[in-house]
Design a protein around this ligand. Structure first.
Ligand code: ATP
Length: 240
């Protein structure tokens, strides 16, 4: 299996007044191609800090983050922007859609940063919206869609640039439990069918069970890595 993410001896310390907060306190792990991994922990445990380090949005105090063989901590700002654009898709808790653009235009947007011609952008976005089952909502503005539909647009937008890796930060945090389950199923399907690597951050133990592996984080340390594949398959069998 190909290693896509490698984190070595990672620390992030924040100075607040006279004290130091150890947001990440020595983190090591590896994630392989095609895996769906959940990072789960309570508020303040260091989840967002970890995701920000993985995405190169913040510099670590110490340690290494290697993505697709590239050391993130060695890239400058321009290099990071380019690397993210080419390799990573993001799904946000608050969807982050542009309110004045319809679903199709929102999904097509990341392609315009790559200089793709408009007709190709719209064609690719159209295909992605089919994939997330939003055939009938392509011309809808975000405020004309439900939360679950908006997050489907979010998933399509993350996929349209065909990234190897997708980072999702509490992707169902603004959705009711039924809609959350639907979005989780969609993300599972995407990982499987599109062979993506997905890293999701959540405080919700139940949502984490959709993942292949669950990384438990407490006080900036990964205290347990749980292989969830067998358990999940048993559960799927029970429900058939
Ligand atoms: N910019 C900052 N300056 C100082 N301390 C920070 C900063 N960012 C985060 N922290 C601290 O680092 C720790 C980890 O924060 P982080 O946001 O990563 O937690 P989290 O698990 O994502 O929490 P939540 O689920 O509430 O978003 C917390 O104690 C937080 O107060």
């Amino acid at each position: 299996m190909n290693k896509v993410i490698e984190v070595k001896n990672l620390y992030k310390l924040y100075r607040v007044g006279d004290s130091v907060v150890r947001a990440l306190n020595g983190v090591d792990f590896e994630i392989y191609e095609g895996e769906f991994c959940a990072i789960v922990g309570t508020s303040g445990s260091g989840k967002s800090t970890l995701l920000n380090m993985l995405a190169g949005l913040e510099k670590p105090t110490k340690g290494e983050v290697v993505i697709n063989g590239q050391h993130m901590e060695q890239l400058n700002e321009d290099g990071l922007v380019k690397f993210r654009r080419e390799n990573i898709g993001f799904i946000f808790q608050s969807f982050n859609l542009i309110g004045t653009m319809n679903a199709l235009e929102n999904v097509a947007l990341p392609l315009s940063f790559r200089g793709e011609p408009r007709s190709i952008r719209l064609k690719k976005a159209d295909k992605m919206l089919d994939l997330v089952n939003l055939r009938k909502h392509k011309k809808h503005l975000p405020n004309q869609m439900s939360g679950g539909q908006q997050q489907r647009v979010g998933v399509a937008r993350a996929l349209v640039v065909d990234p190897r890796i997708i980072f999702a930060d509490e992707p169902t945090g603004n959705l009711d439990s039924h809609t959350s389950e639907e979005v989780m199923h969609l993300m599972q399907q995407v990982v499987k069918e599109q062979k993506k690597t997905l890293v999701m951050v959540t405080h919700d133990d139940h949502l984490a069970t959709y993942a292949d592996r669950i990384f438990h984080i407490i006080d900036g340390k990964i205290v347990k890595i749980e292989d969830n594949r067998e358990k999940r398959e048993e559960k799927e069998h029970e429900t058939i």
